[in-house]
Design a protein. Sequence first.
Length: 435
Amino acid sequence: MQSTQSEQRVGVYPYFVVLILGLIYAFNYLDRQIVAILAEPIKADLNLSDTQIGLVSGFAFAVFYTSFGIPVAWMADRVNRVRVVAVACAVWSLFTGLCGLSNNFLHLLFARIGVGIGEAGGAAPSMSIISDYFPPHRRGGAIALWSLGVPLGATVGVALGGWAAAQFGWRTAFFVVAAPGVVLALLLWLCVREPRRGRFDAPVEAAPGGTKGPSIMQCVRDFLGDPTLRMLLLAAAAYSFVFNAFAAWAPALLMRAKGAEMADIATWYSLVIGFSMALGMFLSGHLADRFARTTPSAYAMIPAWALGIGIPFFVVGVMADSWYVALIFLTIPMAMNMMFVAPGMAIVQNLAPPGQRSTSAAILLFVINLVGMGLGPLYIGAASDWLAGQYGPAQGLEYAMLSLVPFYPVAVVTLVLVARSLHRRSQPGAAPAAA
């Protein structure tokens, strides 16, 4: 029997928890994306290629982030999740600061690996904590509020990092964005209580092995045994490839090919990316919660429509002659790209058993970050280096960005298939999921 209506009331404190976790998520995203913001000065100072920038901004980070993500999330399903997130936040912040001490490619590479290992303990346990502070019908909106950390991190990162780089150099920018994470880690440890697991969900039978719960491999098997979650992995891979490749190289595109200066990026790009990403994130979670009550497939159809709408604006933005015209048109796909995150995570949190939510979220994040962050920025960097020999650095980067267009329809189609699966399982008499 599920929690009663009175037990599902949400007071002020859960929103305070979302606020703290959202601020931590902001610096999680900021520290993850700071290399993309500073790509041009780092490349010039350390004499790096676009492929090397793609490696340190994406692949090297993503391999270690994803490798540690599932084991850390599995541990978080068994220990105090609040402390896991606090320690992780302190670790990735310290390694972000170490990036500013890099004197060559290898130094920067190893510092970014440390950031990736630390960030493995951030997002998945945070979503599990939030899911135990909010009932199922409120989770989409709560996760959307928490996910506003992404546009907040993008805005603060571009503005603060760009300003510090313009005034004091790119090394100082790393120190400036790293310091607040240590403070937030301490604040989380001291001020946020660990919630009772599954407090808003139907009770489940104890695991056959006792109170320790299922193994990592059993969690993976349960996840892959659910047809909806299997298809969601494919959709997440296609979506994240497009989003991360776009996000990692947009500042460089505006500076190298459109004539923007670092000061322009710090001022105008930060405002536009923050507004557009926040709008997409906020709308997606609340629209999904609203329409999914009567149409469960809305959790997938809303981001599918959004991605489709963004395609022509992306093409025009990449081909624009000036940075301000490009930025105006790129605002739309920036917002549309964000409309997958909250609904996609809500699908996982609503379908996974309470004792497997951190691990299930980490499985989805494994695919999102390995394919998206690991391969997306590297793909654009390698394509840009290859095309630069024929078209020059500026036009080569433009053509590399345009090569993302065929991946958009793949993401849309797979999301439609997820929507169909959600619709089928919502029908009376539908067979229960394997998980």
